[in-house]
Design a protein around this ligand. Structure first.
Ligand code: NAD
Length: 368
């Protein structure tokens, strides 16, 4: 499953000559966006240089206050060359999936950020913890709650902090919704609805292979709705009911295409959700006793906005990923648990496990 390649950048460069470097670099960007070590910043190594790492996390690390891109872990030597040039990375901070454990002696790397397909999160979080590095893993934290528990235990044993890439918990308008759950300016919450869907392309991608993704849209983007229902209400669900349906049995042969589910919270509060790889939706709606709130888009990298009661929530020009990583560094420095710690990821996976159980039981109520 692992995209192994044990050729080091140094060996690769030695073997094929500089011509390949130039050709490879031209498809990315040739300007060096150095994020040189600074004494007041912690160094992050990104593991897996796919779309999210390339287009969101690495750029965020050029504007973050507390962290910088200090290293990379990749199975593709050509990517290593391009990234090394673009981010002025020394060969000594470049790893592949096989020699990754050598990172234990790399004093320049404080945090490992796992940005691989979901089924690989657990392995690399545990290896990073054993190497004594603090860890951020992308969502979903693991494939099941049991996996998440193993990841948390490994980090606790190693004495390192673990966090999940829940960037929205640092987005200002999302924080307004979270604050309303605590301060209740519009009275108690009596209903939540949220949908997150997109139409998925390439039928051969890992997101559609259960052994790599662990599941379909519920694992990938439905998890944002689960998160939102929790931070919108400040409550934990006690039970779920869920159903799935498919229109394309070939494309979605191993994962679900669309899931509709309901979460039941203490006190008779309910939330309703849809997530799909065949629709387009990106919305959070909250009903309070004296008004409502709505974010649309609710889950995008930018332009999260809407209203709460009479007040407009204009989009903020912030880099969510930079805020998220900066906050993690502050937590490490202050020895404080991150608000998006492994326990937060575990709770979401307990809910996902219950959703899959309910689907398997024809939509029956399943306690979380
Ligand atoms: P991607 O397909 O673009 O990148 C995956 C990376 O993993 C690639 O570099 C690929 O080479 C590598 N890889 C290693 N072994 C592989 C294998 N066996 N099969 C496929 N790829 C393999 O995916 P992505 O969109 O960057 O997603 C990576 C992770 O980030 C996922 O867990 C995803 O849920 C998460 N993500 C989070 C956000 C967010 O907003 N927080 C957004 C997008 C993705």
């Amino acid at each position: 499953m692992i995209n192994n390649n044990s050729t080091s950048r140094r060996d690769f460069v030695k073997g094929v000559g500089a011509g390949v470097l130039t050709i490879g670099a031209s498809s990315f960007a040739t300007s060096v966006m150095a994020t040189k070590a600074k004494p007041d910043k912690l160094g992050i190594a990104l593991v897996g240089l796919g779309n999210y790492a390339t287009n969101q996390l690495a750029p965020a690390l050029t504007v973050a206050d507390n962290a910088y891109l200090a290293g990379i872990v990749t199975g593709t030597p050509a990517k290593a060359n391009i990234w090394a040039d673009k981010y002025a990375l020394d060969d000594s901070h470049i790893y592949n999936y096989d020699n990754f454990d050598k990172i234990i002696t790399d004093k320049g790397i404080d945090i490992v950020y796992v940005v691989l397909p979901n089924s690989m999160h657990k392995e690399f979080v545990i290896r990073a913890a054993k190497a004594g590095k603090h860890v951020i893993t992308e969502k979903p934290m693991g494939l099941t709650a049991v996996e998440c528990e193993e990841m948390i235990a490994a980090c606790e044993k190693a004495g390192v902090q673990l966090s999940v890439g829940y960037r929205l918990q640092f987005e200002p308008n999302t924080l307004e919704i979270e604050k309303a759950a605590k301060e209740l300016p519009l009275g108690p919450i009596n209903y939540v609805r949220s949908e997150f869907s997109f139409t998925i392309g390439n039928p051969k991608q890992w997101r559609l292979k259960k052994e790599l993704s662990g599941g379909g849209p519920i694992m990938d983007i439905g998890i944002y709705c689960i998160q939102a229902a929790r931070y919108t209400t400040g409550l934990e669900p006690i039970a779920v009911r869920a159903v799935e349906y498919k229109t394309d049995y070939e494309k979605f042969s191993s994962v679900e295409e669309t899931v509709m589910w309901q979460m039941e919270f203490p006190g008779g509060l309910y939330s309703n959700h849809t997530t799909s790889y065949s629709m387009k939706a990106n919305e959070l709606f909250v009903s309070y006793q004296k008004g409502n709130a709505r974010l649309e888009p609710a889950y995008s990298y930018a332009n999260v906005g809407g209203h709460i009661g009479e007040r407009q929530l204009m989009p903020h020009q912030v880099n969510q990923q930079a805020l998220q990583m900066d906050n993690f560094v502050e937590c490490i420095r202050q020895n404080k648990t991150s608000k998006v710690s492994g326990k937060e990821g575990l709770q979401d996976m307990k809910i996902v496990d219950a959703i899959y159980k309910s689907i398997a039981n024809g939509g029956k109520r399943v306690e979380v």
